[in-house]
Design a protein around this ligand. Sequence first.
Ligand code: MLT
Ligand code: MN
Length: 300
Amino acid sequence: MRALVVGAAAGGGLPQWNCAAPNSAGFWLGAPPHPAATQSSLAVSADGERWLLINASPDLRSQIIALPQLQPRVGTALRNSPIAAVLLTNGDLDHIAGLLTLREGQPFTLYATDAILGVLAANPVFDALAATVVPRTPIHLDTTFEALPGLSVTVYPVPGKVPLFMESGEVATDLVGEQTVGVAISDGRATLHYIPGCAAVDAGLRARVDGADALLFDGTLYVDDEMVRAGVGTKTGRRMGHMSVSGPEGSVAAWAPARIGRRVFVHLNNTNPLWRDGPERAETEAAGWQIGHDGMELTL
Ligand code: MLT
Ligand code: MN
């Protein structure tokens, strides 16, 4: 199985269009201290030809231009794409806006839970993808299906919240149900889990992932109040439905007891110190984690 980090950044990407805080500033000054990163997405393939895209980011067109794995094969049909199916893990903008890039009458299968398909159904702009060309295919929690030939997929609930653009009133950030899912993917030999958004890890989730060959996990913030401390926002990670990386309640500690082949943080916010070399990155890598980057490919 091949797994390609299509976009390693959280919503906004790195640099973010309106951000002059430290990680983004170097890009505007012409001296970026680390590579840019696009918004959250993973692609998985059993054969290197047909790819399952997990989440469609607003950066999808530039991601395709950057990544040969996802480009049309020249010399075959005049219209073709190796993106044979798309699966959504929630209805957040950074995970669905790229669907609009995939218009133009190219068939693929769109998989999501009924709750996530409901977000699309409530927004008629997504009718740009005609259901006759792009069938919206409901998938069910804890029910394994073949997303592409040779790729078995199971989605399962992880704690999260409704999409930001659908929030109203008091917002529960630890809803467990169909609106935020983790994904287990197997080609019969290796198993990978992809969880780009997660508010908490409990013993049940740890047991589910235990023994996997790879886990790509929500690395949005290094510390819960990172955006507040950076002066770029008022929200904590908890309020956004993202657990943080560090500390006794962080994800490095939460996953420590699990047996996992490779651990990779993805969906990093542009404020995250893990983007740059420094003590936070050194400590996280020493704990057995890799920091995802655009174009990172895992062969499992
Ligand atoms: C998130 O991961 O919390 C969302 O992508 C935020 C957003 O929609 O901007
Ligand atoms: Mn996001």
